[in-house]
Design a protein around this ligand. Structure first.
Ligand code: SF4
Length: 348
């Protein structure tokens, strides 16, 4: 097996099977000289770092319809962008997105730098995104390695050392396959292979264009790669969320700018701690003196912990809250939207 043979096989497969994605310039159009818009590539890559293509695509279309250029996005108010981001999770990324857009608009006249190093110098733009934009938008021979590519490489080379320590080795094996020829298509071919064939569970090796090169398949257990060290379970936390209504309106608060879900609209809530909350504690921490009634609870998983949120509901009035019609609750981050929906639906 030579890297050249493997590349030729995978690129030919990509030419015939590339996914049609709203931010993508497909291989035929690319050959005809069409170039991807760096703004669209960058935006899609930031969105895709935290969610799947089907979930990200409507957000991508909404963002690019509303803010067709990076300068349009840069000129928008923070709150508008954060609200549009709601449901994509990881709000720190939305803040980084704006910081980066504003740097491109202010310092580069609205034009993205066209090298990996230049992109890397932008605020909030990490090494993976810099490599992806450099390769896909500017055809730079950058080594684009995310979790999906790590999985493909670990299988192709049957790498025995476990994640996460093996990451540099996987990156260097991936670099050995990058060439000056078609770097953007190569990066996207690997991404497509990981997404549609070399899937995390149940890889479709009988349909794989590079099966005959795959050392992982030759072991008979390709999905045993990448090896991993056993993960410690995520800690579990408990909190109470308050659904205070005034007729058809619901009381919200804006979370402090720093920290989890920073700057986002939210239901009033207690701290989220390891120990559960007694009824007395829950009522004492409420945002208003009212006849609070339990209306169930919701579970939510964050990256670093899981959460049980008990729900208390009351009709009442209080100062300093943001009264919002029920139709405006869709702008809430997922955890609070889930809690609000459950709390407003459950019977008192
Ligand atoms: Fe992945 Fe199977 Fe292809 Fe190997 S043969 S790269 S495990 S899909």
């Amino acid at each position: 097996m030579t890297p050249e043979a493997l590349r030729a096989r995978l690129l030919a497969w990509y030419d015939a099977n590339a996914r049609d994605l709203p931010w993508r310039v497909g291989p035929a159009a690319h050959r005809a000289g069409v170039r991807a818009d760096p703004y669209r590539v960058w935006l899609s890559e930031v969105m895709l770092q935290q969610t799947t293509v089907p979930h990200a695509a409507p957000y991508f279309l909404k963002f690019t319809a509303r803010w067709p250029t990076v300068s349009d996005l840069a000129a928008e108010d923070d709150a508008e962008v954060m609200a549009a981001w709601a449901g994509l999770g990881y709000y720190a990324r939305a803040r980084n997105l704006l910081a980066c857009a504003r740097a491109v608009a202010k310092d580069y006249g609205g034009v993205f730098p066209d090298t990996e190093d230049g992109l890397r110098a932008l605020p909030g733009l990490g090494p993976y995104t810099a490599a992806a934009v450099a390769a896909i938008a500017f055809d730079r021979s950058a080594n684009v390695v995310d979790g999906n590519v790590e999985r493909v490489i670990a299988r192709l080379f049957a790498v025995e050392a476990p994640l996460p320590d093996v990451k540099p080795e996987l990156k260097s094996l991936a670099a050995g396959l990058v060439r000056d020829e078609r770097p953007g298509d190569w990066a996207q071919a690997l991404m497509d292979l990981g997404a549609t064939v070399c899937r995390p569970k149940g890889p479709l090796c009988d349909r794989c264009p590079v099966a005959e090169f795959c050392a992982g398949l030759a072991t008979g257990e390709p999905d045993a790669y990448p090896r991993r060290v056993a993960k410690a379970p995520r800690p579990h936390r408990h909190g109470v969320a308050y659904i205070l209504t005034r007729g058809s309106e619901v009381a919200l608060v804006r979370r402090p700018p720093k920290g989890l879900l920073g700057g986002m609209l939210a239901l009033p809530t207690t701290d989220w701690r390891g120990m559960g909350w007694t009824d007395e504690e829950a009522r004492a921490a409420a945002p208003a003196a009212a006849d609070w009634r339990p209306v169930g609870e919701v579970e939510h998983g964050f990256t670093h912990f899981t959460l049980t949120l008990r729900l208390l509901r009351a009709e009442g009035e209080a100062e300093g809250l943001i009264w919002t019609p029920r139709s405006g609750l869709d702008a809430l981050p997922s955890v609070f939207l889930k809690a609000a929906r459950a709390g407003l639906t459950n019977l008192l």
